[in-house]
Write a protein that binds this ligand. Structure first.
Ligand code: AMP
Length: 216
């Protein structure tokens, strides 16, 4: 059983790297942001509660987030473990998490803010199936259309200049201390996220003492 946390600023490749790791090791990828986006898209009560907060690039309240994380982990569909992405994002969430679960490692994807801006403003999401694209390094074959389902590609509602500035500020203010807390417990491996996807994956596995990826 392996339980990992992945931390990194927006656009650092948390989702991509988590999926690659989860696929090979049979781990469940839990993205708190994806869970919230699902609720917004499906117009649930929770979606209505978080939509504006997310669009402004602010953090959703801790009670709500902890309830979502607890509920998700209580499904116990993670026989081989999980990679949790987007949580914990502040000290209180980190303390809640450490009290409830023992973790094997924290992957910190390190990316300078200037590179974050370039990447995030080029992100697109399929409005049909939710597939991710990036106009810099993962362009769709037909402009503006999803390769998988043909759906329209749109920017995430929170990928605007203003929301990004707010998210960067929040990240440094609230999430940097989480990294400090985990560092003191010697959980953290830091990987340079400027490299290409395959290199980042190989490096993070080496740092975690895991075998290299099966598929290059
Ligand atoms: P992400 O996809 O991880 O960037 O998350 C998108 C948005 O969901 C964030 O900007 C927050 O508004 C909200 N969110 C996701 N995870 C958390 C969390 N752990 N604590 C508070 N808000 C969160």
């Amino acid at each position: 059983m392996r339980k990992y946390v992945i931390i990194g600023v927006q656009g650092s490749g948390k989702g991509t790297q988590s999926l690659l790791l989860a696929r090979d090791l049979d781990l469940v990828h839990i993205s708190v942001g994806d869970i919230f986006r699902w609720h917004v898209q499906h117009h649930t009560k929770l979606g209505a509660q978080v939509r504006r907060i997310m669009a402004a690039g602010k953090l959703v309240g801790d009670d709500l987030v902890e309830g979502v994380v607890r509920g998700r982990l209580e499904q116990h569909d993670w026989n081989f473990g999980f990679v949790i992405d987007g949580f914990p994002r502040n000290r209180r969430q980190a303390e809640f998490f450490l009290e409830s679960y023992d973790i094997d490692g924290v992957i910190h994807l390190d990316l300078p803010d200037t590179e974050v801006r370039r990447r995030v403003l080029a992100r697109r999401l399929c409005s049909g199936c939710g597939m991710d694209y990036n106009l810099i390094f993962d362009r769709p074959e037909a402009e503006g259309r999803c390769d998988v389902c043909g759906g329209e590609l749109v920017a995430r509602e929170d990928d605007t200049e203003e929301a990004l500035a707010e998210r960067l500020r929040t990240y440094h203010e609230k999430t940097d201390p989480v990294l400090e807390l985990f560092r003191r417990k010697e959980y953290v491996v830091t990987v340079d996220a400027r490299a290409d996807i395959g290199t980042v994956q190989r490096n993070l596995r080496r740092e975690l003492g895991l075998p290299p990826p099966e598929k290059p």
